[in-house]
Design a protein around this ligand. Structure first.
Ligand SMILES: [Fe+2]
Length: 419
């Protein structure tokens, strides 16, 4: 009897061990699947004109042959294939296989079905849609950097549920807490997948994207590989700053983490300003919106003994005169982990004809509880102590409205510009 018990115990042990081994191995080998294909971190990225083109990106754990994206207009039979490029990128001992397909010649105002393929194998169908005219809704998030990404996941789901017509995601930097931590990137992409698989994302580079595992500053290699963005001149700044059109809006996305990047690119600010002047002069769009990571105002500390006068940040001093010069309607920023709407500003002073500076609050779990004083230019401050929040941008033929929401979807602020 005792021998039989031993045999049974050994049998159960082998079954459990085998199950754990197989499950663990499978999980290690296939981080995500798309039907029968190994595909993870699938996301759409904005192009210079999202009404006629789209960039589709994803990752896998190896270099699969003949990667492609296959797509067709909803309800139509004609299938079109675009080959994808694969890049192998290694950082901090982790190798990422990153795939990029650049789709051209789409028709404005249409919905498409697309799927990933390797050779003759195909993944699941996903949606993509192209804007038409001047009506659309975008979701805006910033500072999703987290110790645990569960709050970010929940905020994304609330925003997606409450705003089912949103079709564009603006992300104002510090997507992850540590830009070299591969697991954080997987968490970030996995949590935003209900949006990013179906709508284009327009990201801004944040200072946390530059950090190594040892919290030193490096070029933000992971970010630069994971987001293939519209072309920029000089080409050495590719994927750092860019512009794109969406509906009646020309968006200019700047790299304002000048301090972090200066050691690697001493001329970046000067070159970016030159590019921005040319870029803004070339657009005929009705609205001009700038997206940056670091806010242009400086706030005093409420709960730290370090003196820090209220005023304008170094980034603000460098870029705000350009906002006046170029007639920028709105500047969207993040970095301070608090939602603030400020009075409109021109030449650093309140002016109803000036630019609207909106500071988006946090979407992650790094909270700066009561860190900042009020600023005399604040027109609205989110309830304190502050929780996560997200924003929307709604465009109609004559107006642009920004709303700010708490994690339960309750609206706390709204501002409309008319033109
Ligand atoms: Fe930041």
């Amino acid at each position: 009897m005792r021998g039989q018990h031993k045999k049974l115990a050994a049998f159960i042990f082998i079954v459990i061990f085998s199950a754990l081994f197989i499950f663990g191995y499978h999980k290690m080998k296939t981080r995500g699947s798309d039907g029968k294909l190994e595909v993870y971190n699938l996301h759409q990225v904005v192009t210079a004109d999202s009404s006629v083109s789209r960039t589709i990106m994803w990752q896998a754990s190896s270099d699969y042959p003949k990667p492609l994206v296959e797509y067709r207009e909803e309800g139509k039979d004609t299938m079109i294939k675009t080959p994808a490029l694969s890049q192998i990128f290694t950082e901090a001992g982790n190798t990422s296989y990153v795939y990029t397909a650049e789709i051209e010649n789409l028709r404005p105002g249409k919905t498409y079905d697309y799927r990933i393929g390797y050779e003759a194998n195909r993944g699941l169908w996903h949606k993509m849609q192209t804007p038409l005219g001047s009506t659309f809704e975008a979701l805006i998030f910033t500072d999703s950097q987290s110790a645990s990404y569960s709050g970010w996941k929940s905020l994304v789901r609330t925003a997606a549920d409450k705003h089912p017509k949103a079709e564009l995601v603006l992300m104002l930097g510090d997507l992850v807490d540590n830009g070299e931590d591969v697991q954080q990137w997987h968490d970030w992409f996995s949590d935003i997948s209900p949006l990013a698989e179906n709508f284009p994302v327009a990201p801004v580079l944040g200072n946390h994207e530059t950090y190594t595992l040892k919290w030193k500053v490096r070029m933000p290699e992971a970010y630069l590989h994971f987001f293939v963005l519209p072309k920029v001149e000089p080409a050495k700044y590719q994927n750092q700053f860019y512009s794109f059109d969406y509906g009646d809006v020309h968006f200019m996305v700047l790299n304002d983490i000048d301090k972090e990047m200066k050691a690697f690119q001493p001329d970046m600010q000067k070159d970016q300003i030159e590019w921005l002047r040319k870029d803004a002069a070339a657009t005929k769009k009705k609205w001009k919106v700038v997206m940056v990571h670091k806010d242009f105002l400086q706030y005093g500390f409420l709960t730290r003994n370090t003196p820090r006068p209220e005023g304008f940040s170094d980034e603000g001093k460098a870029y705000m005169p350009l906002m006046d010069e170029l007639g920028i309607d709105v500047v969207l920023s993040g970095h301070l982990h608090t939602y603030r709407r400020r009075v409109r500003l021109k030449e650093f002073k309140p002016n109803p004809q000036g630019t609207l500076y909106l500071l988006c609050g946090l979407a992650g779990d790094v909270r700066y509880d009561r860190l900042w004083k009020l600023h005399k230019l604040d027109a609205y401050v989110a309830p304190q102590p502050e929780t996560d929040n997200y924003m929307t941008m709604k465009l109609t033929p004559g107006s642009m409205t920004f709303n700010c929401y708490l994690p339960d979807g309750k609206k706390i602020d709204s501002i409309t510009l008319r033109k």
